[in-house]
Design a protein around this ligand. Structure first.
Ligand SMILES: [Zn+2]
Length: 147
């Protein structure tokens, strides 16, 4: 998985954020050579931008499929915990898109366009993933003695 981070806020160190990205992508994708509908996942680029969103939203995801690039935006005005949860949440959406499960509002064949945000199955899956990824990440950094 290739990714680039832009405008990381000082509240989270480059070291910790890089490890969180690696952990999230490993949790979501496992083996890096498995196929997605965009060819090899290793060819996919994820562009991670921290943005100046002042609202409640944690993050967003967008696709630029013609460039094999997925854009993640993360609200930089959040706690470290919430930045990590947002990152893991959006990484799950990257996996849903890359594996062909999510396209526009169609998730695993189900059109969720008219669903309330809270009722969308792709969000339920992303919320479940962000919690599991967070717990396993805290275990990982704890074992490294850097928690
Ligand atoms: Zn989401």
């Amino acid at each position: 998985m290739n990714y680039v981070v832009h405008d990381r806020p000082d509240i989270i160190s480059e070291n910790l954020f890089t490890r969180a990205c690696d952990h999230g992508f490993n949790q979501a994708f496992g083996l890096m050579h498995q196929r997605s509908n965009w060819g090899l996942i290793s060819d996919l680029l994820v562009d991670i931008h921290f943005i100046d969103e002042k609202g409640d939203g944690g993050g967003t995801i967008d696709t630029r499929q013609e460039e094999d690039t997925i854009l993640i935006e993360i609200n930089k005005h959040q706690s470290v915990n919430n930045i990590l949860l947002t990152l893991f949440h959006e990484i799950k959406h990257v996996e849903q898109i890359a594996m062909g499960d999510l396209k526009e509002s169609i998730y695993k064949g189900e059109d969720t366009k008219t669903y309330e945000y809270d009722a969308r199955p792709q969000e339920w899956d992303a919320w479940e993933f962000e919690k599991i990824a967070m717990v396993t990440f805290l275990e990982l950094v704890g074992e490294m003695g850097n928690a």
